[in-house]
Design a protein around this ligand. Structure first.
Ligand code: PEP
Ligand code: MG
Length: 319
């Protein structure tokens, strides 16, 4: 069906019972944006900005960053562009970023923690994002948020830089939900965030206490573990208190078996790897939300990711 699915890829994605689900692309460099749109992406739900910072001797200038973000925004032709602020840490050292050597870098200085320690680096990225035109094109997403206070600090920086640039238009600011504590306190974080986006790669790693880079536990590292699904449900419930939408931008957004579960849990946006978008949209069009909810509820009562996967394939044997 692949050729057929590509023909309908540009159309909006609506479930069989009429629920609008946005399907966005994850991007790791500007050059992939146009191709993602051709695959049916309705925007970019995660621009991993590390590509601008890695493998070089000095930080990219604000102008250099602004040009790259503008290139992505132009290729998206007015579709939403969610730019994630820099997510590096001890495991991906940058020669120009003085970070201590750490015993457990995955539990150390990474994501927003780096930005808060090196505020000039974060501020230059914020300014570059604020300069992209049209002003409504971009949203800012902050990785590895563990508490509302961190996001409040970043918001204050954004407000200050916006004032300095005399930019009148506000910009949406979202939190990535990758730390289990953030999923558990999603209501508190939603008081500060305009949207949430679940990073299932890290959320699964931290929930299961399994290093995502460790081949010895790779086979068990499955985002469909009921414990991870329960955390996602808590994130959705918490966000609902403030009417905030919840996206998923981790690997499970690209996993067709996860789609009915995530929609059933109340996720309304998936940001996937471009190559799967056409098929994902076609599959979502066949789904009914009440079915998805029933299967998601049943999945929460299972004992393992394997059991959850069996449950999904019983209901959708085509997967
Ligand atoms: C995630 O953790 O799921 C995520 C989207 O971020 P990254 O894979 O870049 O850590
Ligand atoms: Mg992550």
């Amino acid at each position: 069906h692949r050729a057929e699915n590509r023909k309908s890829a540009a159309l909006e994605c609506v479930t069989a019972d009429g629920a609008r689900i946005e399907v966005f692309a994850n991007l790791g460099r500007a050059a992939d944006a146009a191709g993602a749109v051709a695959e049916g992406a309705e925007g970019c739900g995660l621009l991993r900005t590390e590509f601008l910072f890695l493998e070089r001797q000095s930080a990219p200038t604000e102008d250099e960053q602004a040009a790259q973000y503008q290139e992505v925004a132009d290729a998206l032709g007015g579709r939403p562009l969610v730019i994630r602020t820099l997510d590096v840490g001890g495991d991906k050292p940058l020669p120009y970023l003085p970070l201590p050597k750490e015993e457990n870098p995955v539990l150390g200085l990474r994501g927003v923690r780096v930005g808060l320690r090196q505020p000039e680096l974060l501020r230059s990225q914020i300014r570059a994002i604020l300069r992209v035109t049209p002003a409504g094109a971009c949203r800012i997403m902050v990785p590895m948020i563990a508490s509302p206070e961190e996001l409040r600090t970043v918001r204050t920086m954004i407000d200050e830089e916006r004032a300095a640039l005399h930019r009148a238009e506000p910009i949406a600011v979202g939190a990535m939900i990758e730390v289990p504590a953030a999923a558990l306190t999603a209501d508190r974080i939603s008081a500060v965030a305009d949207f949430l986006s679940v990073g299932t790669n890290d959320l699964t790693q931290y929930a299961l206490a399994m290093d995502r880079g460790n081949p010895h536990v790779a086979a068990q590292l499955d985002a469909l573990h009921p414990g991870v699904l329960r955390l996602i449900r808590l994130a959705v419930t918490g966000a609902g208190r403030f009417g905030r939408p919840v996206a998923v931008c981790g690997g499970s957004a690209s996993d067709p078996m996860a789609a009915p579960l995530l929609l059933g849990l109340g996720v309304t946006e998936l940001s996937a790897t471009p190559a799967v978008i056409a098929d994902l949209k076609a599959f979502i069009r066949t789904l009914r939300l009440d079915d998805c909810r029933a299967v998601a509820e049943a999945a929460l009562e299972k004992d393992s990711a394997d059991e959850v996967r069996r449950l999904v394939t019983e209901r959708w044997p085509e997967l």
